[in-house]
Design a protein around this ligand. Sequence first.
Ligand SMILES: N[C@@H](CCC(=O)N[C@@H](CS)C(=O)NCC(=O)O)C(=O)O
Length: 211
Amino acid sequence: MLTLYGHPISSYTWKVLTALYENATPFEFITIDQNTYADFIAKWPMGKFPILLDSDRNTMTSETSVIIEYLDLHYPGRTRFIPENIDAALETRRWDRVLDHLNTTMSKIVVDNIRPTDQRDPYGVEEAKRIIAGIYTVIETQLGDRAFIVGDRLTLADCSAAPALWYATRNAPLDGKYPRIGAYLERLKAWPAFARAVEESAPLFHMYPGA
Ligand SMILES: N[C@@H](CCC(=O)N[C@@H](CS)C(=O)NCC(=O)O)C(=O)O
């Protein structure tokens, strides 16, 4: 039995939910809130989520990229998230890292939106926007004629890209400068597994003004 501890509006939780929904992998979801936080922290004191527990194999996995590789290895479905070709697999992991960098940088802006006004960090937000512009530029070039980040099929890197771009573009708009990213994001939004993760979180969007 798989159990995912996460939060419905967390971008990194969406990344793993998308992989689980894509392959219709059965799992139980535990929302991290005031009732479950102590239990979660006892399992992973670092406090970063989501984490995946597998009672059949007696394992706990953290770090979303590794969680998705774990699922690909032990609970494979119709979509394999890591290509078999080793060079394509390396490219997938490389772009997954880039997209996670976007995810983490974007969250600096989102979190700043909910800080008390006197504790905001305009310098940090400007710096985040500068880093994001660089990431948009490399993604725009990488997309080229590709439908997805490393080719014409979904991979781990697209699981990372969907939530990262969904949130990032609300806080650092594309402003018509990155047409391939705009078109790619529309394809990601139409991906039923990702759309489901977004839809399910809608009732909680009010928690984040940047969402
Ligand atoms: N590298 C981690 C990042 C996970 C992460 O930053 N998750 C956010 C939620 S979207 C989090 O745990 N935030 C709470 C915190 O940083 O204390 C992963 O891929 O799992």
